[in-house]
Design a protein around this ligand. Structure first.
Ligand code: FVH
Length: 305
């Protein structure tokens, strides 16, 4: 976490010079689950006048913020930070106070789909409120640490006016005024993560049938995945250049993973995970692109959209 003095000087141009302290922007936190409480704690520690509201009121105890009895009671803050379970719960909490949202600045850090974020942005706009959507690429424990990143899209005004607190939580990355773009980037990264994890679990299942502990496999898989991840920019260059026929690439025919599928079957392991990859490869081979590079399987995915 950056030193508070550095944060103050950068934050809202509200000055703390030793002799005179002017208040930081006030923030109301709506939702005090694991993540909402971590965000609130960081703001309170930094000196933001803070109000908190949570459906289960007891979660406000001990935070050191003013606890609002109702959502409406917290709406006069400079910034409303919403961190609830999902898109539906955001509407369940804010719809009843919709008539009071004119002029408010809403930062929604609840995970939603890109379309969900766009719907909320349109809804807020219709009520005369500004809306910034956020995708948190961190766990609650990471908030305020160097590894914490948060993606934003939507109202640039909110981003600029409240950059101080946003950067205190984590590195702030802005993806433009289309409110769905933060979520889209968030979910794209999570897709890569989940599929990688599924691949790890598949390999661990294969080896477990031969009595190899998952821990031994993890020790091998970490350096292997780190080295192989370095080829992602090369794949990206091929994809962006639409250059699947350029020399030097591993061909789709060479990439056929029949041996992996068969070995999995022989080990008595489900082939669901590897079957998906094999299907993507073979759709391109069947379409006559077998001599082209492995990165071409992205076309199997794009054509399904
Ligand atoms: N925790 C994490 O690691 C991830 C990191 C990436 C981003 N996510 C997203 O952040 C949102 C909140 O996550 P959370 O960890 O705070 O979640 P919970 O601890 O389960 O707290 C959920 C809060 O939502 C309240 N809530 C749920 N439904 C309603 C409703 N219908 N009306 C009012 N409030 C509701 C719940 O209240 P309560 O159960 O305490 O009364 C909590 O405050 C989430 O989108 C993650 O995907 C976190």
């Amino acid at each position: 976490m950056p030193p508070i003095s550095g944060y103050l000087s950068e934050s809202a141009r509200r000055i703390h010079d030793g002799a005179m302290t002017t208040e930081l922007p006030s923030i109301t936190f709506i939702g005090l689950g694991e993540m909402g409480a971590a965000l609130a704690r960081a703001a309170i520690t930094a000196g933001h006048p803070s109000t908190v509201w949570n459906r289960t009121a007891a979660k406000a105890d001990g935070l050191g913020a003013r606890a609002a009895a109702t959502v409406e009671d917290g709406l006069d803050a400079d910034l409303l930070v919403v961190c609830l379970f999902d898109h539906r719960s955001v509407h369940q909490v804010l719809d009843p106070v919709a008539g009071r949202l004119r002029g408010t600045r809403i930062l929604n850090l609840t995970t939603t789909s890109p379309e969900g974020a766009r719907e909320l942005a349109r809804w807020a706009d219709g009520l005369g409120a500004r809306y910034l959507d956020g995708g948190i690429m961190a766990t609650p424990q990471m908030i305020g640490s160097a590894g914490s990143r948060i993606f934003y899209s939507g109202s640039r005004d909110i981003l600029d006016e409240h950059r101080g607190i946003l950067e205190l939580w984590g590195t702030a990355e802005y993806f433009g005024d289309d409110a769905g773009m933060a979520s889209l980037h968030d979910l794209a990264l999570l897709s890569a993560m989940y599929v990688m994890f599924a691949g790890f679990f598949h390999g661990a299942a294969m080896l477990s049938r031969a009595g190899v502990p998952a821990g031994d496999f993890a020790a091998m898989a970490v350096p292997w995945l780190q080295v192989t991840a370095e080829s992602l920019p090369e794949f990206a260059t091929i994809i962006d250049g639409n250059d699947y026929a350029a020399p030097g690439q591993q061909s789709l025919l060479f990439s056929d993973i029949s041996d992996i599928v068969q070995a999995s079957r022989d080990q008595g392991v489900s082939t669901e995970v590897v079957d998906v990859v094999q299907r993507l490869i073979h759709r391109q081979i069947d379409a006559g692109h077998g001599a082209e590079g492995f990165a071409r399987i992205i076309e199997s995915l794009r054509s399904a959209a």
